[in-house]
Design a protein around this ligand. Structure first.
Ligand code: SAM
Length: 243
C-alpha cells in the first residue's frame, strides 16, 4: 500500500494519519528515542533555543502531541508564559497531558484538540507558533501555514522542525538503509505495527526539501525565512516572521 501525499484523497489521508497516531501513541516517546537514538531531544532543545522566548509570551505548539516542545518552551518562559498545545489526535494529547502532569508542569498549559488547517483562534494572538514533526502529516500544508500566519501577532515568529533531505550525498545510501529497512523493523518489534512506521518513512520521503519548504513558508506571507540543517539535514529548522 502507498500512503503518500499526492496519491491519496484527502479524507483517506486524514483517516490514515489518525490511525497511525492512535496506534503509536502509547509507545510514541519510546519510539522517538529508539529511532533517533535520543537525538530528537537535542534537535528540539536547539530549535526552542532559536525562539528567544520571553517571560509572559503566549506560544502555540501545533501537532504538539506528547508535549515535548511545549515543555521546553514553558521551562524557558518560566511559569509566567503560556503554551497552548493543539493536536488533531486525542490519544496523543491525552498521553502528553498525563506525562506533563507527572512531571509537575501542567500550569500555564492548555490542551486543545484541533486541526492545524482550521485553528479555533482569532487573528494576531500568539507571540510564537511552533510545529515539531507535524507539518508533513497535515493534508493541506499551504492552508496550515496561512493559518499559522493569521494567528501570529505582527512581529511574531514561526518555527517548524521537520525531517528534511540529507545535505551530504555520500550519506544518502546509509540513511536509506536505515529508514527503509531498519526503522520499520524496530517499529514492528517495539509496537507490533510495521505499517505505521512504514507510513512515517514514506511521509518523510514525500516532504519537500529545505529550499522548497522555505518557498512555501514565504508564499504564506512570512518574511526573513531561513533554515538550519540538523544532523546533516536529517531534520531542519525553518524560521519565519510575521511583519
Ligand atoms: N510535536 C510532537 C513531537 O515533536 O514529538 C509530536 C509529533 S507527531 C510525529 C505528529 C503529530 O501531528 C501527531 O500527534 C498527530 O496527531 C499530529 N497531527 C497530524 N495531522 C494534524 C493536523 N492536521 N492538525 C494537528 N495535528 C496533526
Amino acid at each position: 500500500t502507498h500512503f503518500g501525499f499526492t496519491n491519496v484523497p484527502t479524507s483517506e489521508k486524514v483517516k490514515k494519519v489518525r490511525d497511525v497516531f492512535d496506534s503509536v501513541a502509547p509507545k510514541y516517546d519510546l519510539m522517538n528515542d529508539l529511532m533517533s537514538m535520543g537525538v530528537h531531544r537535542l534537535w528540539k532543545r536547539h530549535a526552542i533555543s532559536k525562539l528567544n522566548l520571553q517571560p509572559g509570551d503566549h506560544a502555540l505548539d501545533l501537532a504538539g502531541g506528547t508535549g515535548d516542545l511545549a515543555l521546553l518552551m514553558q521551562k524557558r518562559m518560566t511559569r509566567s508564559g503560556r503554551v497552548t498545545i493543539c493536536d488533531i489526535n486525542y490519544s496523543m494529547l491525552d498521553q502528553g497531558r498525563h506525562r506533563l502532569t507527572d512531571e509537575g508542569w501542567l500550569c500555564g498549559m492548555e490542551w486543545v484538540q484541533a486541526n492545524a488547517e482550521e485553528l479555533p483562534y482569532p487573528s494576531n494572538c500568539f507571540d510564537v507558533v511552533t510545529i515539531g514533526f507535524g507539518i508533513r502529516n497535515v493534508t493541506n500544508i499551504p492552508q496550515a501555514l496561512s493559518e499559522m500566519f493569521r494567528v501570529l501577532k505582527p512581529g511574531g515568529k514561526l518555527m517548524v522542525l521537520e525531517f528534511s533531505k540529507i545535505a551530504i550525498p555520500a550519506l544518502r545510501p546509509l540513511y536509506d538503509l536505515y529508514s527503509f529497512k531498519l526503522l520499520p523493523e524496530i517499529g514492528h518489534i517495539v509496537t507490533k505495527d510495521r505499517d505505521s512506521y512504514q507510513y512515517l518513512v514514506e511521509s518523510i520521503r514525500m516532504f519537500p526539501d529545505q529550499e522548497s519548504f522555505k518557498a512555501m513558508i514565504e508564499a504564506a506571507g512570512f518574511f526573513n525565512v531561513r533554515y538550519e540543517n540538523l544532523s546533516a539535514g536529517i531534520s531542519a529548522i525553518h524560521l519565519g516572521y510575521k511583519v
